[in-house]
Design a protein around this ligand. Sequence first.
Ligand SMILES: Cc1cc2nc3c(=O)[nH]c(=O)nc-3n(C[C@H](O)[C@H](O)[C@H](O)COP(=O)(O)OP(=O)(O)OC[C@H]3O[C@@H](n4cnc5c(N)ncnc54)[C@H](O)[C@@H]3O)c2cc1C
Length: 386
Amino acid sequence: MISDLRTLIVGSGFSGAVLAERIAAVLGRRVLIIDRRAHVAGNAYDPKDSHGVVIHEYGPHIFHTNAPHVAEYLSRFTAWRPYEHRVRGLVDDEWVPLPFNMTSFEIAFGEVEGRRLIKLLTDEFGVEVKTPILKMRQSASRDVRRIADLIYEKVFLHYTTKQWGLTPEELDTSVSARVPVHLSRDDRYFQDAFQFMPSEGYLPIFHRMLGHPLIEVRTSTSHTDVIGTEPFNHIVFTGPIDEYFDCRHGALPYRSIRFDMRAQPAAEPVQRWTVENYPTPASQHPFTRSTEFRLLTGQTDVDWTTCAYEYPEAYVPGQNEPHYPIPREENRALFRLYEADARKLSSVSFVGRLADYNYYNMDQAVASALACFEKRVAPKLTGIAA
Ligand SMILES: Cc1cc2nc3c(=O)[nH]c(=O)nc-3n(C[C@H](O)[C@H](O)[C@H](O)COP(=O)(O)OP(=O)(O)OC[C@H]3O[C@@H](n4cnc5c(N)ncnc54)[C@H](O)[C@@H]3O)c2cc1C
């Protein structure tokens, strides 16, 4: 009988958890949410390690948003702790603020030369603006083009090559087009209006969202374990879209990361900044960045500290995680084949970073899941007799 059917949600990251919570709380309908990992929370999973240090198992996750409705929605499930993110990068043996800003110029080039370069740039582009390096490279001024080349080399080239295993020329130009110089003294990594970390971490958010009595959570369970074993009134799929279609057009490429978690006894933090970037050649530092979690989470009740060193690597399905879609036009073209297949299925809604083959920040994932609920899933389910 239709009234007994549940909605299946595949994946318990932010995308899946928002859909599950909305279907249960707003529509009063039953949900089964599964995840092939042994835990909920997707990439935002933040357990304690064996020393009691809260870590982000899939990489540092910093919350920031300009979307009031996303902040308001998540605030139902958590209180917040103010946190503004600052990143330093190792450039010529000095730690400079990233993105490159006015202070970075003075550290990297010395105060006098740094100020001269800042004046050249602000005369052309203004102050308190983010100017993409690509735009600087198109300047009529030879000096400005030279600065752009220097920053490109010192900050972007090696980092990008390590991150993607490809040179910038092999990636979409949109990747280098986005790298900005921030003509400002504001050394925060993000300028969003809402910059906070959840005061108890991310996991309690998921436990509250999924704690609704109409929601059943099943971990260590893949979609292939469940689909076909019981009927569902609808499926929300937040996993990799190519996997849903058995990779019939070929596998969508991803980049993966190995996190080397280094723990040590320490009453005080061991890094000067939460995230330290290494835009140096791989021969000098094979990792891209290191993060000290206690500086991010504000945890004070431990006398150990853990830093994650990130080693980007090739994605091998079944062996490591699909972290980042690789930004190349040929990959988007392959995705569009799957997207066309997905549009033909009225019984399945695809949502989330893996189903959209797109990089989303957490707030974008939440916003997209809320929109998916309002526009696609709620109308569909309310059209089915309760
Ligand atoms: C290294 C890294 C750092 C990041 N840092 C930030 C940050 O600082 N700030 C920020 O806002 N965002 C950050 N993000 C982005 C953030 O992780 C995403 O916005 C978020 O994960 C999106 O949620 P999601 O539910 O769409 O996907 P996910 O969190 O990936 O959840 C999808 C879930 O589906 C499960 N799944 C997949 N396929 C199947 C299947 N076939 N069967 C069952 N389960 C399945 C997966 O196991 C996973 O748990 C970062 C991402 C990465 C990779």
